[in-house]
Design a protein around this ligand. Structure first.
Ligand code: SF4
Length: 399
């Protein structure tokens, strides 16, 4: 749909929003990666993207009436691949835009640049949380993933972090790696726990079409790994829970109080402004709909955004049915779940009754827990979440 690029956005609610800044650079491209990221080949281009991101963020916040920003997430890519000076410029620019009331500010990092990170400066700019992408401690599995930083000693990086960082942090792992054994999955999780991270993310490997990993494996091999991946992922999840981490979202485990506020806002479909190549903003409107603005993935096209006075990328209005499905897709990933009324409330009487019956079937077969006020998935339901969501999509006419 076409919206005026200069449109003043009247947010549908007055609550705080989140900000996401995408840094599209990495030291090298990993074989499984489908994110918008590329190695740095032109320092001036990197600088231009950083400066343009800050300018766009400032304009977007202004067009939204300068709402209170309470979480910031700088991801990518690998933000910490920027030179220390440029990283400080980016973080300082963001800090000037978002003001002093940020409760949580996360920056993603990879182990190959943790030891050189200007951690004091990050904290000074307002960063409260680091998210370290270890993915696996096994060189063999890092090799399978084609990880760009596979030759880096994770122990060195994590020990440096322990000495020099006093804020929150998350250690990110991937499970279900092609031909990963249950023993290897358990070992990865136990080693991660040994470093004492307050938060651990345990993502299932997704083999994205078109990536070097997908091409290397071929379609028959990919389907052969699916069952095994489910077993290694479930085993790793069990180890984390036995070690005292609460699973508060399909892929997220935390000690008490260390849950990610920013991601929590995303799962709750709070408004957020995204900036950077491929970043998405989602802003609710007073009429209950949501408008999503997508920045171009192409870096030169991103740099042209706003040259005509506007500042938003391609806009699409999300209709009510799609919103129901998205609310279920995001909310049911989290242990908090959703209110059944959030899924049925926008439907006519017959549609709402049909969806309520479906939710009761989920509960009857053990996939969900349903009360008058809450719908949450069980552990088994999380494993079958895609299937359940396909059922819901079909019922509300979205498949
Ligand atoms: S470090 Fe992350 S963003 Fe960068 S190439 Fe690897 S998977 Fe992609």
């Amino acid at each position: 749909m076409a919206l005026a690029a200069t449109e003043q956005h009247h947010c549908g609610h007055s609550g705080a929003i989140g900000v996401y800044v995408h840094v599209p650079w990495c030291r090298a491209k990993c074989d499984y990666c489908a994110f918008v990221s590329q190695p740095i080949y032109d320092a001036r281009l990197v600088e231009a993207v950083v400066e343009h991101s800050v300018v766009l963020l400032q304009r977007r916040l202004r067009l939204c009436g300068n709402p209170r920003v309470d979480t910031v997430y700088v991801g990518g890519g690998t933000p910490t691949v920027l030179s220390a000076a440029l990283l400080q410029r980016l973080l300082g620019g963001i800090a000037a835009c978002v003001g002093p009331r940020v409760r949580e500010w996360t920056v993603e990092a990879n182990p190959d640049n943790v030891t050189d990170l200007p951690l004091g400066c990050l904290a000074h700019c307002g960063v409260t949380r680091l998210s370290i992408g270890i993915q696996s401690f096994q060189p063999r599995l890092l090799h399978v993933l084609g990880r760009s930083c596979r030759t880096v000693d994770p122990d060195r990086a994590l020990s440096a972090l322990a000495c020099r960082w006093s804020g929150q942090w998350s250690l990110d792992l991937i499970s279900g790696i092609v031909d990963q054994s249950v023993l290897e999955a358990t070992d990865d999780v136990e080693r991660a726990v040994g470093y004492g991270p307050p938060h651990i993310s345990l993502y299932d490997l997704t083999i994205e079409p078109g990536t070097p990993l997908a091409r290397r494996l071929g379609r028959p091999a990919v389907s052969a790994f699916v069952n095994r991946a489910a077993l290694t992922s479930a085993t790793a999840a069990g180890v984390l829970q036995r070690c005292g981490y609460r699973r508060y979202e399909v892929s997220s485990y935390a000690r008490a109080g260390a849950e990610s506020l920013h991601n929590g806002g995303y799962w709750a479909m709070r408004d957020f402004i995204g900036v950077g190549p491929s970043a998405v903003s989602a802003l609710s409107r007073a009429d209950g709909t949501v408008v999503r603005y997508c920045d171009p993935s192409d870096i030169p096209a991103f740099l042209l955004l706003g040259r005509n006075g506007g500042c938003w990328g391609r806009a699409e209005r999300v209709n009510r049915r799609s919103l129901i499905l998205e609310r279920a897709m995001l909310g049911l990933r989290s242990a908090a779940g959703v209110s059944p009324a959030e899924i049925t409330g926008q439907l006519d009487r017959a549609g709402a009754a049909a969806v309520r019956q479906l939710l009761q079937r989920w509960a009857a077969r053990g996939d969900a827990r349903l009360t008058a006020t809450r719908l949450t998935m069980t552990t088994g339901g999380w494993q079958r979440l895609d299937f359940c969501l396909r059922e819901l999509a079909a019922l509300i006419g979205l498949s």
